[in-house]
Design a protein around this ligand. Structure first.
Ligand code: SF4
Length: 234
């Protein structure tokens, strides 16, 4: 595992669970609004002993009874060749696991779910299938995104799909396509794109036309809310 960051304690990253957060390094996407540009640009082995998986296991050993879960985020965790083994070890220690993913590696998600290694899966839906080439490096089979969505809805014990809302990745037409893509999903979260953070492409933040007003966010929500069981905005 290339681990670029580690947070010992979080009350917000794993719904209903006191968790630590493991940030894997490296991503196959190039979302200009990415809040973790250093991680996305990896893989780079992070400095500090807690970035060594063995040190994290030792930490988890010491925190038994205090922490309940481990949230694994990125970058894109499913690119890590030893993610399954990492999750198996965390599971053997009795912790719950939440995984964040961009959904590009459905075969990895399937192995994790079939081995009961994930309790909560959060998958980003970046845009409509047709527009995915805007955010991914090189050639990519967008059917993998549809496959991950179907797999998660079928097998994940708990999950959410979530979308960071910024133009040109999201428009009202694209949101209508996403509504069809995730029809029947148990939870969908619309995330407002923040202009006050460091991101992968700082130029992106300088253009106001990329951002939605609160009223426009409500319009996007209205497009999709009848297609999913619960919807939230953050
Ligand atoms: S937002 Fe997520 S998927 Fe996009 S570049 Fe950053 S880590 Fe990768």
């Amino acid at each position: 595992m290339h681990i670029g960051g580690f947070q010992k304690n979080s009350l917000i990253d794993f719904p209903g669970t006191i968790a630590c957060v493991v940030f894997t390094s490296g991503c196959n996407f190039i979302c200009p609004y990415c809040h973790n540009p250093d991680l996305a640009a990896g893989p780079v082995q992070g400095a500090g002993s807690l970035h060594d998986p063995e040190a994290i296991f030792s930490f988890l050993e010491r925190r038994r009874g205090q922490l309940q879960g481990v949230a694994i985020t990125g970058g894109e965790p499913t690119l890590q060749p030893d993610l399954i083994e990492f999750c198996q070890q965390v599971r053997r220690m009795g912790y719950k696991i939440k995984l964040d993913s961009n959904g590009t590696m459905p075969h990895v998600l399937e192995r994790l779910l079939d081995q009961n290694l994930v309790d909560y899966l959060a998958m980003d839906i970046k845009t409509s299938l047709a527009h995915y080439p805007l955010v991914i490096k090189g050639n990519f089979d967008v059917n993998k995104i549809a496959a991950s969505i179907a797999l998660i809805m079928k097998k994940a014990p708990a999950y959410e799909f979530r979308t960071t809302c910024a133009r040109p990745f999201i428009t009202t037409d694209i949101m209508a396509e996403i509504a069809v893509l995730i029809q029947g999903a148990s939870r969908y979260v619309l995330q407002k794109c923040s202009q006050n953070v460091s991101v992968l492409d700082p130029e992106f933040l300088k253009k106001d036309q990329h951002f939605f007003s609160p009223e426009e966010m409500q319009d996007l929500k209205a497009i999709v809310e009848t297609s999913v069981k619960t919807i939230a905005m953050r």
